[in-house]
Write a protein of this length. Structure first.
Lengths: 432, 326
């Protein structure tokens, strides 16, 4: 019995996925649980496994094509089972054509005769008119898709594969009105037009250049950062604290071979601060509404070979340092070998970014929308502080809190930061 | 604001400029005795005497003499009687007035205006009905303008007379008796700047001269069908206002260009070319041109209507770029 392979929804916000790679070829045997293809959504790259045994009869979603959630990307059929072709556009010939699923074991002799005598309505698989994605009638015999330049731009901005669109223009051409849109792209296009062209400098005079395509994750991050910078009135307060206590704590865990890094310690201290100052542990809902959270889930900015990822260190208040350290170690290992799942990104309420390991003394971070605050932590460095009639050398850590002024005002942020400073200098106050 | 006719508006422009500047004068055929065949010079001979001069029927002589006068520092206005006759003075226009500043290293200004009544009117047939802006579009060094209303006629003519480079002023014969609001006091319509006659969101309609009012009528009718047309009145045909056109097309993604002149080699061709060069990825439909069929304008009123671009042609083109049945 033929089974459609559907684009899974991998995460609450996922509406479409980019098919990165098919691990199986058409005609290859697959068994339930075997990886069929990998898909990239706006957060991660995930392997999708077969839900049924059989033969991968048909690949409907080619590699590097974005497909909406719930759309068929392939068909798994029983061996030698006939599979109806995907729906052809009205006017296209022979909608009743069938293909036969074969295994590679079957020799290419005369055995592969088309089983056209099978009537479509007796097929166990999807009926032709239900099969998705519909072949666009805009495509001609060579596969060229007729479409207006603007329709292409819109489809590209929306991440829509033109092959999945039915054109309503002349001779089935895809025109702008055929592209399903939210209100975004038009505005984006207009914004782009208002922006000064980036490539004004004559590129012929440059020695050479490399165009880089961002991954989908990077593109989404880029959009969110731009959205944050453009729409959130954010301000930053800078502070510093004597780092001796947190350093001692980190050393102590190290000596006990527990993976509790300074970042983990600071995440927990930040979480306890956020409980006391809930407006920095919140998301902006718009329309004068803010949602504060009882639990604190800290997004941790992590550097990976593929760039920045920001998974969530969950439940930072109720969990102890040791447990948080273990979770953190697991997250960072999986970040490095690219096996974070969408669930690892869900539910963050505040973000922490630590560039101390690079020797950066202080910086301001950009709020991770729709959150209302982000803590930026710099390096620990020695400095002379007055002591009696002279000076002593102490290690100090600098940090900054960037907050959304629609939600948090300066005094509130200052009180929160002072609380955090106090916790850094006296972690035992966690017991207070 | 007053309501005066188009020819009255051009007359006011002439009076104001001639009163202000004694070097402004006019060469033309039958303009002293007749006041111009469309009355556009009436009253000027009485006020300005021999600064309004009838000359023999030789456009070559008119433009050639005007060029010489302009080089000596005066501001001649040369009247072509009918734009169709501009070809008689084509060497003066293409090789002399347009190139003198360039060839002599910018040593002299050529503040010369050529007034050229054009367009289809009263079955004047093939030699008296043409819109010939396409002929001069191809000549670097010229400025070409075409007002669409009394207000723009006055403002553009004053700007043209003050301009230090040669300007060809196309004035549509049908517009002369038409009345419209004209601002009180002195004002200028800037050269090189188009005006948006009607803002809209669905399609950009680029037009000028007589076709502006036809476009406005079509747009009003289409508005009832829910089609929002943005009308751009070019006013200056060379160099035309590319920026305003592109800005509009980037908003509407569709464009129709309408003029009375023949389609082939017309201004619409240049506008369409520029749009696809500069805004290709904003286009949802090909840029369509509306203009006269590639034939001489016939004497027969039935055939004249058939050859000339009509309101219905504009409407059909708008439906077409919107992919609508109509």
């Amino acid at each position: 019995m033929a089974t459609e392979i559907l684009m899974p929804q991998l995460g609450l916000t996922m509406t479409e996925g980019l098919i990165m790679e098919w691990k199986k070829r058409e005609g290859e045997k697959v068994s339930r649980g075997e990886v069929l293809f990998s898909v990239e959504n706006d957060k991660a790259t995930i392997d999708v496994s077969a839900q049924a045994d059989g033969v991968l009869a048909r690949i409907l979603g080619p590699e590097m094509v974005t497909v909406p959630v719930g759309s068929a990307v392939g068909i798994i059929a029983g061996e030698n089972e006939a599979v109806p072709a995907p729906a052809a556009a009205p006017g296209a010939k022979k909608p009743e054509t069938t293909v036969t699923a074969t295994t590679e074991a079957i020799p290419a002799s005369g055995q592969l005769k088309p089983q056209a005598e099978l009537k479509p309505n007796t097929q166990p698989g999807p009926q032709p008119e239900q099969a998705k994605p519909a072949l666009a009638q805009a495509a001609d015999d060579t596969g060229y898709i007729r479409s207006s330049p603007y329709a292409r731009v819109l489809a590209d901005a929306e991440g829509i594969n033109l092959g999945t669109i039915r054109g309503t223009g002349p001779e089935g051409a895809i025109i702008a009105r055929d592209i399903p849109l939210d209100s975004r792209p038009r505005e984006q296009m207009q914004q782009l037009d208002r922006m000064p062209p980036i490539a004004q400098t004559p590129i012929v005079q440059q020695a050479g250049f490399v165009d880089i395509n961002l991954t989908r994750i990077q593109s989404v991050a880029a959009e969110r950062m731009a959205q944050s910078w453009a729409t959130i009135p954010q301000f930053t307060l800078y502070d510093e604290a004597d780092a001796a206590a947190v350093q001692a704590l980190a050393e102590r865990f190290k000596s006990e071979q527990k993976p509790v890094s300074l970042t983990v310690i600071l995440a927990k201290l930040l979480a306890h601060t956020a409980v006391k100052y809930p407006l920095i542990n919140a998301v902006w809902l718009g329309g004068g509404k803010v949602r504060t959270f009882r639990d604190v889930m800290v997004n941790i900015a992590m550097d990976t070979p593929e760039g920045l990822v920001v998974p969530v260190l969950p439940h930072c208040v109720t969990r102890g340092f040791g447990e948080l350290g273990r979770v953190m170690k697991d997250l960072s290992e999986r970040a490095k070998n690219r096996s974070l799942t969408p669930a690892d990104y869900e539910g963050g309420t505040i973000t922490l970014s630590n560039l101390g390991m690079f020797g950066i003394k202080r910086f301001r971070a950009i709020i991770n929308p729709p959150q209302t605050a982000i803590l930026a932590v710099g390096a620990i460095s020695p400095r002379l502080v007055p002591s009696g009639s002279g000076y002593v050398s102490r290690n100090y850590i600098e940090f900054s809190l960037t907050a959304d002024h629609r939600v948090v005002d300066g005094a509130y942020a200052a009180r929160a930061l002072a609380h955090l400073r106090n916790l850094i200098e006296n972690p035992l106050f966690l017991l207070d | 604001m007053r309501t005066i006719s188009f020819s009255q508006a051009t007359l006011e422009a002439m009076q104001e400029e001639m009163r202000r500047d004694p070097t402004v004068f006019v060469y033309g055929e039958d303009i002293v005795r007749q006041g111009g065949i469309f009355g556009q010079f009436k009253g000027l001979p009485e006020e300005f005497g021999d600064r309004i001069r009838d000359v023999p029927i030789s456009e070559t002589a008119i433009v050639g003499a005007a060029l010489g006068a302009a080089l000596t520092g005066t501001r001649p206005v040369a009247d072509m009687h009918f734009a169709d006759f501009i070809g008689v003075a084509f060497d003066e226009i293409a090789n002399q007035i347009a190139k003198n500043r360039y060839m002599f290293g910018g040593q002299a200004n050529i503040p010369l205006v050529i007034r050229a009544p054009d367009g289809i009117s009263k079955q004047a047939a093939a030699q008296h009905s043409q819109s010939v802006e396409g002929w001069v579009q191809n000549i670097p060094g010229l400025i070409v303008v075409a007002p669409s209303s009394p207000a723009t006629a006055k403002g553009l003519l004053k700007s043209a007379i003050r301009q230090n480079d040669p300007v060809i002023f196309f004035e549509h014969k049908v517009l002369y008796p038409q009345k419209g609001p004209v601002p009180d006091g002195e004002y200028f319509t800037p050269i090189g700047k188009a005006e948006i006659r009607k803002p809209g969101t669905d399609v950009t309609l680029v037009t000028y001269s007589i076709m502006v009012q036809k476009s406005e009528e079509v747009a009003m009718e289409l508005e009832k069908e829910g089609i929002s047309v943005e009308i751009i009145d070019l006013l200056t045909l060379k160099p035309f206002d590319t920026a305003t056109i592109l800005e509009s097309v980037k908003k509407t993604h569709r464009c129709v260009v309408a003029h009375e002149a023949v389609v082939s080699g017309g201004l619409g061709a240049e506008i369409a070319a520029r749009i696809q060069e500069k805004a290709f990825f904003h286009l949802d439909a090909p840029v369509l041109r509306v203009g006269a069929k590639d034939r001489p304008i016939p004497f027969s009123p039935v055939l004249e209507n058939y050859i000339a671009a009509q309101k219905d042609d504009i409407r059909k083109a708008i439906y077409a770029v919107l992919y609508r049945e109509g």
